[in-house]
Design a protein around this ligand. Structure first.
Ligand code: ADP
Ligand code: ZN
Length: 618
């Protein structure tokens, strides 16, 4: 009887039979009721033989041995009369009847509740033993370390510090510094957040407590909050230790404030309990909380305040190199032929998360075993991949090849415009791994923090933002929605340039409110303007952005070859840092020089230039 639905149905049926039986029993055993006055009259006539009190409920027999029942409004007044008439009196305390009656009325509710409990309960996959008693004991499984977590080097480096804190709390708080309490890991499902948290505990050799956010949210009021307190009480006993809360958004969603349904009320109580506990534990008890979520945007801001989950680490889906490393970790666990080309596999599964890669390796091993092979071969991986991708496509997680190409050109467009225009921030990293709603990302770093921006710099920023759309248009001649955020940002910069910073000659150095909101907030300080000026402002913004777009498109047209090379490299590597971009750039420059040399030479008298030519080729 594994299936909870079957179990639930059986339980329901049994309870229904029970209730029915109980009702029949009650009908059989409840004697005919008489009015109290009727009973009194009979008593006075002396026709009552015996009575039995159950609180104010009275049953008895008359002298003809017929049973009856009645309700006694005033037991105290009745007893002397009974004694006088020499009626045999027995009785029991009311409590029993209360419980029985209560049970009788409560039964249907209990039934419904029980059924609901069983049906609504997801099959448990928590890290805790099923027994209630073992709910908050630290998980003792085989020790997981950072070596088991592959491909997310940056996150591991950031968390190394937490390991140090846990290992030696006294050392770090010696000078009064406050040890961080909470780290929020954000990232898509299966990117290894849970694994990472376990690895931290493993590296530091401390106890690991784990709880899913949805486990706290129960039907019974107050249970979630009391579980939080219970969890912390247990954790304090084992400090230093680590508490992991998966899916924190289940309890940590924004508090509504105001009209609440029962469920959100319960959730808020739980969240409040969590906040109180987090603020409460003292510095001697080193407890580090790690929470995981895929929806950082819906978290209650109170959770992210200093002293709570004030460190946030994003874990993205792995790129090719990351996928290869994860494959290597998991391939060690299976028996495979030595010729397996893990790098080729890594390249063929863009968009796979760590969990999906682990699943892939496992599936491949199962496939090979099914075929009675001695070791896993490349074809088994192929088959396993097809199976998983097919499953994923239904969930539309996998990025299509077409979208990848589009994203690669889009991001390359941003990067190239940034690289080739003067007065821009240097490129930091560029990726076509989707993150959140963005399909890709091009990051620049400001060398030193700027406080003032030149007009040139701002216009170039707009050009860089336009580079994505310009590249898409140039190569695919299609407009996509991929640039919507770029356009938003560009418009914002252009509008401030015109209205706030007075950098547009046509408008002049006057601050205007654009639209209804006004950029400067205090409308009193900003010049109100006429319809005509408003139109001029809009025209100017459009003009600025148009100019920047043309500039970006020109750069990309002129360096068309670079764009293709860059996009190709991106498709292959998925993530590139400044150094790798530089390699592609230098290669492009070199090839361009060679080409130029060849074509120029073709037009010239070649007898004089043979020497130069050989030098280039050597
Ligand atoms: P999340 O908590 O982010 O949903 P998990 O940590 O539960 O993901 O990952 C599930 C499984 O996927 C892990 O137990 C592990 O086998 C595999 N996995 C995920 N990421 C990695 C990684 N970076 N390195 C190795 N294995 C990984
Ligand atoms: Zn873009």
């Amino acid at each position: 009887m594994r299936n909870p639905v079957q179990l639930g149905l059986l339980l329901l049926a049994l309870t229904a039979i029970g209730v029915f039986g109980y009702n029949v029993y009650l009908r059989e055993t409840t004697p005919p009721q008489r009015a109290y006055t009727e009973f009194l009259a009979e008593l006075r006539q002396g026709t009552i033989a015996k009575v039995h009190f159950r609180g104010q409920a009275l049953t008895g027999e008359d002298s003809a041995s017929r049973p009856f029942g009645t309700f006694v409004p005033d037991v105290g007044a009745l007893v002397p009369l009974l004694l006088e008439k020499e009626v045999a009196i027995t009785g029991e305390a009311e409590v029993t009847s209360g419980v029985a009656d209560g049970l009788k009325t409560l039964l249907p509710f209990l039934l419904i509740l029980g059924g609901w409990l069983i049906f609504s309960k997801k099959p448990s996959q928590g890290n805790f033993g099923a027994g209630r008693g073992s709910r908050f004991t630290p998980v003792k499984s085989e020790r997981i370390t950072f070596a088991d977590v592959a491909g997310i080097t940056e996150a591991k480096e950031e968390l190394q510090e937490i390991v140090e804190f846990l290992k030696n709390p006294a050392k770090h708080s010696r000078l009064g510094g406050r040890i961080p309490k909470g780290v929020l890991l954000q990232g898509a499902p299966g990117t290894g957040k849970t694994l990472l948290a376990k690895a931290i505990a493993g590296e530091a050799s401390v106890a690991f407590f784990s709880m899913g956010g949805s486990d706290f949210v129960e039907i019974f009021a107050g249970v979630g909050a009391s579980r939080v307190r219970e969890l912390f009480a247990e954790a304090k006993k084992s400090a230093p230790c680590l508490i992991f809360i998966d899916e924190i958004d289940a309890i940590g969603g924004r508090r509504s404030g105001g009209q609440n349904s029962g469920a959100s009320d319960e959730r808020e109580q739980t969240l409040n309990a969590l906040l109180v506990e987090m603020d409460g534990f003292d510095s001697e008890k080193t407890i580090i909380m790690i929470a995981a979520t895929n929806r950082p945007d819906i978290l209650d801001p109170a959770l992210l305040r200093p002293g709570r989950f004030d460190r946030q680490i994003t874990i993205s889906l792995p790129d090719v190199k990351g996928r290869l490393k994860i494959l290597e970790v998991h391939a060690k666990k299976i028996i495979a032929i030595p010729e397996i080309d893990l790098a080729a596999i890594a390249r063929s599964i863009p968009g796979f998360s760590g969990a999906e890669i682990a699943n892939l390796v496992n599936e491949a091993a199962l496939t090979a075993a099914k075929r009675n092979k001695a070791a896993v071969e490349m074809t088994d991986f192929e088959e396993a991949k097809d199976k998983i991708v097919m499953g994923l496509e239904r969930k539309s997680i996998v990025v299509s090849e077409k979208d990848r190409r589009l994203t690669a050109y889009h991001e390359a467009g941003h990067a190239i415009v940034g690289l080739l225009l003067e007065e821009t921030d240097p490129l930091h990293k560029i990726t076509i791994i989707p993150r959140g709603r963005a399909m890709g990302l091009t990051q620049q770093v400001a060398l030193d923090e700027r406080h003032t921006y030149s007009r040139e710099y701002l216009l170039n920023r707009i050009a860089i933002l336009m580079g994505g759309r310009a590249a898409e248009t140039l190569v695919f001649n299609r407009l996509t929605t991929g640039a919507s955020n770029d356009i938003l940002q560009a418009t914002e910069i252009a509008a401030r340039l015109v209205c706030e910073w007075g950098m547009s000659p046509a408008i002049g150095p006057i601050a205007y409110i654009r639209g209804s909101e006004g950029f400067l907030g205090e409308s009193g300080k900003v010049k109100p303007h006429s319809e005509m000026i408003a139109r001029r402002i809009d025209h100017e913004i459009k003009h600025l952005i148009g100019g920047c777009y043309d500039q970006a498109a020109d750069v990309l047209k002129k360096h068309n070859r670079f764009l293709h090379k860059f996009a190709e490299a991106l498709l292959l590597n998925e993530t590139m840092d400044a150094e790798e971009v530089d390699i592609v750039y230098r290669r492009y420059l070199k090839e361009r020089d060679i080409e130029r040399l060849l074509t120029e030479n073709g037009g010239k008298n070649d007898s004089t230039n043979t020497h130069e030519q050989t030098e280039v080729f050597s």
